[in-house]
Design a protein around this ligand. Structure first.
Ligand code: PRP
Length: 212
C-alpha cells in the first residue's frame, strides 16, 4: 500500500509536530536531516511527511494529495475548506485578538475604522458579529506596522506572548478566539484509510495527553 501522506506546516509548528510524531514512536531522522528535500519518509516508511506553508497544507489535504495535515486553527478559520478536523494537538497555542495603540479607546468615535490584518476573513466575520462597518486592509506580515504608520486604527492578528504588541506600543483590545494546531484529514482518505488514520490519530492523542 502507498504511504500515508501527512502535510506539516513549516516553521513555528514544525518542531512540535515532529516531537509528537517521535513520541508516537516514529523515527523522524529524515526530517531532522532534510536539507532541501520536501517529501520525507518517516518511521518504517509507511508514512511520508510533506513540508508546506500553512495555507498549502489545507490545499493539499482538500485535494487529497495528502491524507492528513497539521495546521493552525488560525489558517483553518481564515482559509476554510472541505476536510475533517480530527484532533486538537494542544501545541501552537495563541489567540486571535483585536489590538491597537495603548490607551486609545477603539470603540468610540463615529468614523469608519480601518483594520489591518493578515486574516481579512477572520477580521470581517469578527466585525460582522459586532454589526460594525469597518474597512479592512490586507497586510502580508508585521501587521503591527499599520497602526504605527497611521494606515489603520487597529489590527486583527495572532498574539502569542504579547511581546510584539508591547514593544510597539500596542495592546489587546479584545480576544477574538483561542488557537492551536489541528490534525486534519481528507474526506475520502478518512473513508478509504479509516483504520490507519484513526489509529495514528489515537496514538497522537494519547502522546499529547501523556505530555500534558
Ligand atoms: C506573528 C504575529 C505577530 C507575532 C505575535 O507574526 O503576526 O506579529 O507573531 O507573537 P508574540 O505575541 O509572541 O509577540 P510572525 O512571527 O508569524 O511573523 P509575520 O508577522 O512576519 O508573519
Amino acid at each position: 500500500m502507498k504511504p500515508l501522506r501527512i502535510a506539516l506546516t513549516k516553521g513555528r509548528l514544525e518542531d512540535d509536530t515532529v516531537a509528537l510524531l517521535e513520541k508516537v514512536g516514529m523515527n523522524c531522522d529524515n526530517v531532522h536531516n532534510k536539507g532541501r528535500k520536501l517529501i520525507l519518509p518517516i518511521g518504517d516508511g509507511s508514512i511520508e511527511v510533506v513540508l508546506a506553508k500553512a495555507a498549502d497544507v489545507i490545499t493539499y489535504v482538500e485535494h487529497g494529495v495528502c491524507d492528513l495535515g497539521v495546521v493552525g486553527k488560525d489558517t483553518i478559520l481564515e482559509h476554510g475548506g472541505s476536510f475533517y478536523e480530527l484532533l486538537d494537538l494542544g501545541f501552537g497555542k495563541c489567540r486571535f485578538a483585536l489590538a491597537g495603540p495603548t490607551g486609545r479607546n477603539f470603540f468610540t468615535g463615529y468614523h469608519t475604522k480601518v483594520i489591518a490584518s493578515k486574516y481579512p476573513n477572520v477580521a470581517r466575520s469578527y466585525f460582522e458579529g459586532k454589526a460594525m462597518d469597518v474597512q479592512i486592509i490586507k497586510i502580508e506580515g508585521s501587521v503591527e506596522l499599520a497602526p504605527l504608520l497611521g494606515l489603520a486604527d487597529a489590527i486583527v492578528d495572532i498574539v502569542e506572548t504579547g511581546t510584539t504588541l508591547k514593544e510597539n506600543g500596542l495592546a489587546v483590545i479584545d480576544t477574538i478566539c483561542h488557537i492551536s494546531a489541528r490534525l486534519i484529514a481528507n474526506e475520502a482518505s478518512l473513508k478509504l484509510r479509516k483504520v490507519e488514520i484513526e489509529c495514528l490519530a489515537a496514538r497522537m492523542e494519547q502522546a499529547k495527553e501523556e505530555a500534558q
